[in-house]
Design a protein around this ligand. Sequence first.
Ligand code: SF4
Length: 303
Amino acid sequence: MTNLQKEIMNIKKDKNIKILAHNYQTYDIQQIADYVGDSFYLSKISQELDCDTVVFCGVNFMAETTKMLSPDKKVILANEEAYCPMARMISPDDIIKFREENPDYTIVSYVNSTTETKAYVDVCVTSSTALKIMNQIENKNILFVPDENLGNYIAKKIPNKNIKLWEGYCNVHDRVTTEEVYDLREKHPNALLLVHPECREEIVNLADFAGSTSEIIKQAKESSNDEIIIGTEVGVLDYLEATVPNKKFYLLSKHLVCPNMKKTKLEDVYKAVSCEGGREVVIEEELMNKAIKSINEMIRLAE
Ligand code: SF4
């Protein structure tokens, strides 16, 4: 560990701070985090934390979800400018208008949405829970927002549902091209290709496996294959290279680097644990009471 990492470890211990980091954070941040995982894992962990303050290393909607699930704790987003562009591709006004025009639809939102949007939808899902949750919705008519690629991936698995898709996208995963897949397949013909369903359908169709970040990590670790192409954000590849040294990992595309996830640096984490930086998450009570319902429903249906 570097001196800065050691200092962060000492401060968080002294101040009873827990650090949560998404899998897409750089590996030096994953190393000093108490918990590292995908959105669903971090949401679940948020409810069980025994600490006064949480420093969140990820993007703003994730820190806001943590705050909603741990309202009595101080939650600090380590880099105040880290946000998910896809979360801004749908607004509460869009949801209100759709409901007025389509009152017989259940509205499902990917957790990558703003707290304001979450306040108007019926249930949230993560990529690891979407299929399980949407299978349990009794209504045949579902609107899925905002990620069209993930929604399409789930819709194909449950053809009995009438699923409308919003035209949002992740500007990282959506940029992967079929040419990049063919190129990597040619260079590494024995490698297993694992992709995230935020990638476009033609990429998912060419993969050996599609799943959430935690499912990709599990597959990569448990597969007997010792060469693996990673079709999700580079933070997952960094983690696998550091923790599974006997296998070879290749990044599917140079585009798989999320600029917002990479805004958080170790220096930001140091400032956040020292109470000299980051942004404390504050959510107005009425908004929180409305938005938490779709999060709680997600956790209930995912159990
Ligand atoms: S990887 Fe995509 S979905 Fe995830 S935070 Fe970055 S832009 Fe948003």
